[in-house]
Design a protein around this ligand. Structure first.
Ligand code: ADP
Ligand code: MG
Length: 321
């Protein structure tokens, strides 16, 4: 199979949302009037982000889903994606399910694959995704205000528990194990939530590196302190030791839930959104003014600071210290 056979067989699909899709030197798209283009890219490297023998269908889903999560975190509507692939071989037994998983995610969220690149090399998957957001309406990390509530969607921490189970560090009982592995392998980008939050939230981020680390980015960029209230966190699974489950919730990555801030006046509207989307939204803390460096603090019910050891995943931290 030549490179061009491979591209036309697997990646050339009708792209009704673009002016010109796969097949020319560039794709062509038209941005709707009054909208800004939101652009993001994420790379998944075998051995770093996934096990080299990971299920190709799940990988296809996840490689797009993690990018759509970034669009969701800005309140952008996903529209287009480019896929740059480095493959050790043109193995159809791998490619066919990979592409199926990728397009399954693309269809679900209304995304057209409009271009990419295909080379031979160590297995690396890189997606660039583009979406649209009304001019000035994007949910930026620097938009939080003092007095805002801090919110968290869904069930953060489960993907990290699934990963620890796969590494043999803990043993998860069924049915929790199945739920955690599903969260790890086929995360659901919170696209509908991101769109719904445009009119209600001030700032948002997706939890890909861990709650503390990612909320820390909002705190830093908004020059505020984020206070996370221990007693308002989502209920932890009771079949896992509490310390492990809490650590997964606070520092585990790969969840792709959204953390966002909103004025307390939005509580009712947010409860309505949670019901409409059938997605729990937890009010886990608040944003406060600070004279010191912006930071994240965990507070117990008496308001005392709970020390926490690590702040999520950082690819270079070990290399630099
Ligand atoms: P060029 O030489 O202009 O870079 P390529 O031969 O790399 O073109 O690609 C031919 C066409 O196929 C282009 O439109 C490119 O965007 C598309 N393409 C290549 N690889 C992929 C891929 N993995 N997914 C989607 N489109 C791809
Ligand atoms: Mg090329």
């Amino acid at each position: 199979m030549t490179e061009f056979d491979l591209i036309s067989r697997y990646f050339q699909r009708p792209a009704s949302g673009a002016v010109l899709g796969v097949g020319d030197d560039c794709a062509l798209t038209r941005v709707s009037s009054g909208m800004e283009l939101a652009l993001t890219t994420d790379m998944l490297v075998a051995g770093t982000h996934f096990f080299p023998d990971a299920d190709p269908r799940d990988l296809g889903w996840k490689t797009l889903a993690v990018n759509l999560s970034d669009l969701a975190a800005m309140g952008a509507k996903p529209r287009w994606a480019l896929l740059a692939l480095s493959l050790p071989a043109a193995d159809e037994n791998w490619l066919a399910p990979f592409v199926e998983g990728f397009f399954c995610c693309a269809r679900k969220f209304g995304v057209d694959l409009i271009g990419g690149d295909t080379t031979r090399g160590a297995l690396t998957l890189c997606v660039t995704a583009a979406g649209e957001v009304p001019a000035g309406a994007a949910l930026r990390r620097d938009g939080a205000r003092a007095g805002d509530d801090l919110w968290l969607s869904g069930h953060a921490g489960l993907a990290a528990l699934g990963l620890r189970h796969l590494r043999g560090e803990i043993e998860l009982p069924e049915p929790l194990c199945r739920v955690c592995l599903k969260r790890l392998h086929t995360p659901q980008p919170r696209v509908a939530l991101g769109l719904a939050l445009r009119d209600h939230a001030h700032a948002a981020i997706d939890i890909s590196d861990g709650l503390l680390a990612d909320v820390g980015h909002i705190a830093e960029r908004s020059r505020l302190t984020a206070e996370i209230l221990l007693h308002q966190l989502p209920r932890l699974p009771d079949s896992v030791p509490r310390a492990i489950a809490l650590d997964a919730l606070l520092t585990g990555g790969d969840d792709y839930e959204l953390a966002f801030t909103a004025s307390p006046e939005q509580r009712l509207a947010l409860a309505r959104i949670a019901a409409e989307l059938d997605l729990p939204l937890w009010r886990v803390g608040r944003m406060t003014k600070t004279d010191l460096a912006p930071r994240v603090q965990i507070l117990d019910p008496e308001g005392k600071i709970v020390p926490w050891h690590t702040q999520g995943y950082d690819h270079f931290r070990e290399a630099l210290t």
